[in-house]
Design a protein around this ligand. Structure first.
Ligand code: GCO
Ligand code: MN
Ligand code: MN
Ligand code: MN
Length: 385
């Protein structure tokens, strides 16, 4: 009946369901919720875990004893309600110190402070049991490139990540790091704007094996890209370490809509891809309830994210068992044993392939049946098959 259980591995950020609806044009529309209360409510809804930035839980100016009290209460709530913290991250964007970047600030003091803050946050995450550590470079970027720092910024970014990976290994934390690309907002242009850029950058790090990506539906969509393709490339590279699920109208400001609220068909192919690929990490919803909503609307939003995922998972199962769809899929692919031989490279095979005659007109005439296959998919999604 599409009621989630912890086995489904659904997670939310404290900052997501805890969002009070403030935006650049208006004040909060709902009251803040305490972290232990969020834990209790998410557990009641069937979630698996909760993720956090350091300052979602511990205020940036908390004293050590305040920190310890807050963390103790939070851990108590986690154990009372059976929730885990699979992922942690650092807030390197709210404080004005980070207004021109954290790891990529032109000010060496800010860069060192960003390392310090992240190490403390990694300590907190490890204490809470997190195994994945996310780097979302919200302020890493520019509005104007008159700074002339682009090449230096990438080098600073690399040094920062290398340093923190070393720290994690020395502490025995065993974190896997996930870079989260975003094209813009809050910066005019954020460094490493897409999944492809992040994947390329990872191979320039000292320990690339510790780094993967945390792709977000909204972020690739803002860039006008196909999110499902981005996730497929991350999976192909063995780099899908985490995923941020939400929804977004293409090319707009960051909307963080409820999963499936906008691009239902893409959401379906995404769920199908994740399930078929054997991805076994958390299904994290980095989305926000609409600013119009009260607290009841927040829980309707959270329940909706999870139910939609489960309904699409069921649809993916039906799709794989639908005889007509499977027949159309089978007809779409053409295999040829003789050509399989010839396209295995050797000098002789290459020569034979060059000499081979193809019926180019026939190849061009073939209808692959994609209209019918896609229409069958639409009908299945609409529940009319
Ligand atoms: C955004 C980002 C953030 C990050 C979060 C965790 O658009 O604001 O998606 O929500 O995911 O900071 O790193
Ligand atoms: Mn986002
Ligand atoms: Mn956002
Ligand atoms: Mn995100």
């Amino acid at each position: 009946d599409f009621t989630p259980t912890p086995a489904d591995k659904f997670t939310f950020g404290l900052w997501t369901v805890g969002n009070t609806g403030r935006d650049p044009f208006g004040e909060s529309t709902r009251n803040a919720l305490t972290a232990p209360y969020i834990v209790q409510k998410l557990a009641e809804l069937g979630a698996y875990g909760v993720n956090l930035h350091d300052n979602d839980l511990v205020p940036i100016d908390a004293t050590p004893s305040e920190r310890d009290r807050i963390v103790t209460e939070f851990k108590q709530a986690l154990s009372d309600h059976g929730l885990v913290v699979p992922m942690a991250t650092t807030n390197l964007f709210t404080d004005p110190a980070f207004k021109d970047g954290a790891f990529t600030s032109a000010d060496a003091r800010v860069r060192a402070f960003a390392l310090q803050k992240t190490m403390h946050s990694m300590d907190l995450g490890a204490e809470l049991g997190a195994k994945t550590y996310v780097f979302w470079g919200g302020r890493e970027g520019t509005e104007v490139d008159a700074s002339g720092k682009l090449l230096d910024a990438l080098q600073w970014y690399r040094e920062g990540l290398n340093y923190l990976a070393e720290y994690s290994e020395h502490q025995g934390y065993g974190y896997r790091f996930a870079l989260e690309p975003k094209p813009n907002e809050p910066r005019g242009d954020i460094f490493l704007p897409t999944v492809g850029s992040a994947l390329g950058f990872i191979h320039t790090l000292d320990r690339p094996e510790l780094f993967g990506v945390n792709p977000e539906f909204a972020h690739e969509t803002m860039a006008g890209l196909n999110f499902v393709h981005a996730v497929a490339q991350a999976i192909d590279a063995g780099k899908l370490y985490h995923i941020d699920l939400n929804d977004q109208k293409m090319s707009r400001f960051d909307q963080d809509l409820r999963f499936g609220a906008e691009n239902l068909k893409s959401a379906f192919f995404l769920v199908k891809l994740l399930e078929d690929s054997g991805y076994d990490g958390p299904r994290h919803f980095d989305a926000h309830a609409l600013r119009t909503e009260d607290e009841a609307g927040v829980w309707a939003f959270a329940r909706g994210c999870m139910r939609t995922y489960l309904m699409l998972r069921e649809k993916a199962r039906q799709w794989s068992e639908d005889a007509e769809i499977q027949a159309a899929l089978a007809a779409y692919r053409v295999e040829d044993e003789e050509l399989a031989q010839l396209t295995a490279f050797s000098q002789e095979n290459a020569q034979a392939l060059k000499n081979r005659t193809f019926d180019r007109q026939a190849l061009g005439r073939r209808g692959p049946g994609l209209e019918q296959l896609d229409q069958l998919t639409v009908e299945l999604l609409l529940g009319l098959r």
